[in-house]
Design a protein around this ligand. Sequence first.
Ligand SMILES: O=P(O)(O)OC[C@H]1O[C@H](OP(=O)(O)OP(=O)(O)O)[C@H](O)[C@@H]1O
Ligand SMILES: O=c1cc[nH]c(=O)[nH]1
Ligand SMILES: [Mg+2]
Length: 210
Amino acid sequence: MNITVVKHPLVQHKLGLLREGDISTMKFRQLTHELARLLAYEATRDFELESVTIDGWCGPIDIEQIKGKKVTVVPILRAGLGMLDGVLDLVPSAKISVVGLYRNEETLEPVPYFDKFVDSLDERIAIVIDPMLATGGSMNATIELLKRKGCKQIKAVVMVAAPEGVKAVNDAHPDVEIVTASLDSHLNENGYIIPGLGDAGDKIFGTKHA
Ligand SMILES: O=P(O)(O)OC[C@H]1O[C@H](OP(=O)(O)OP(=O)(O)O)[C@H](O)[C@@H]1O
Ligand SMILES: O=c1cc[nH]c(=O)[nH]1
Ligand SMILES: [Mg+2]
């Protein structure tokens, strides 16, 4: 399976706090931001470095720099927006592509309603962000859009993944690494991740009802 579950204590601690049943919008949003930053740190661990010589304070010095890597961060609307600033904290020069999808509540199929991609996708690594990987339908639809536009290097960064979604993404796109804070137990009959976080979009945007 092409998945990395980040076991760092800070990641696990923040994920645990996110699972609180009656968490406030403010706290959920803040923790999502912090967790996204930590997951982005892990997702960028294999970026290649190259040695360059710069003028240091005491003369020329060889330093390491990330090798010509262009990045596009791809939030899946809405909930992915909650992770965007955390990822940009670490990759501030990244360009942003946006994919709008919602999941039909009956069929669980992704319904596309918006997309806007940056140019030169064939030269970029795409970091797709969405708090929840449930059936995998939304992530696979996004990966397919990116590949159709020529993108060759894609990572999926999610806070919580269900085994069903991981299998769906791994089967369709074995080249795409999934980076997550947790591989949870299963999906319930409504396609929600158990134990999961509930509806992440509603919790980030404050649209949750009871
Ligand atoms: O793996 P899947 O089965 O496709 O489910 C996961 C998707 O569902 C949620 O979005 P939702 O449809 O609730 O939209 P929202 O972000 O606008 O709330 C979530 O943020 C993912 O995008
Ligand atoms: O558990 C889930 C599944 C889909 N979307 C969510 O926000 N949560
Ligand atoms: Mg939602």
